[in-house]
Design a binder for this molecule. Structure first.
Ligand code: FES
Length: 161
């Protein structure tokens, strides 16, 4: 952690550690403010919460939305819920994997792209749907997916992780 990151974590712990059920709010606050939960913050969190580092790791790894590495430059969230599945999201997910080499929950080695599943974006009537950097795309086809993916992948020089 940088000194600035350490100060952020210390401030969050100080403000919240006495609250009942504080661990999840603390983890959310750290991720909201730093973009991820640095590995080196685990010891500080464990000490403040009187828990083991393994327990903190277990909670972080249980929830897929917690990240332990800096966020990718771009995030693709493909809807994997029923309406989108019925309209071809499985094939889109396979296409993403074929193009990037990464699975859902994966990130390219150069940090350009992260792929995450999402379960309903409220756009079922226009499924399949996805979010790219927070922007909704509806009635997604392989061609539409390529139009979004290729400019990102062209920046990727290190290949997939
Ligand atoms: S199921 Fe995909 S947007 Fe609702």
């Amino acid at each position: 952690m940088t000194p600035d990151q350490h100060a952020v974590v210390a401030r969050i712990l100080s403000a919240r550690q006495q609250e009942p059920g504080a661990l999840l709010p603390i983890l959310h606050d750290i991720q909201d403010q730093l973009g991820y939960i640095p590995e080196t913050a685990i010891a500080d969190i464990a000490f403040a919460m009187n828990r083991s580092k393994a327990e903190i790791h277990g909670v972080i790894s249980f929830y897929h939305d917690f990240k332990m590495s800096p966020p990718a430059a771009h995030e693709l969230r493909l809807c994997r819920a029923e309406a989108c599945q019925s309209m071809g999201s499985d094939a889109l997910a396979a296409h993403v994997h074929a193009c990037t080499g990464i699975d859902e929950h994966g990130q390219t080695a150069d940090g350009q792209l992260a792929v995450r599943p999402v379960y309903c974006l409220g756009a079922c009537a226009t499924s399949p749907a996805m979010l790219v950097d927070g922007q909704l795309h509806a009635r997604v086809t392989k061609e539409a997916l390529d139009a979004v993916l290729q400019p990102i992948l062209n920046k990727t020089t290190g290949g997939a992780a």
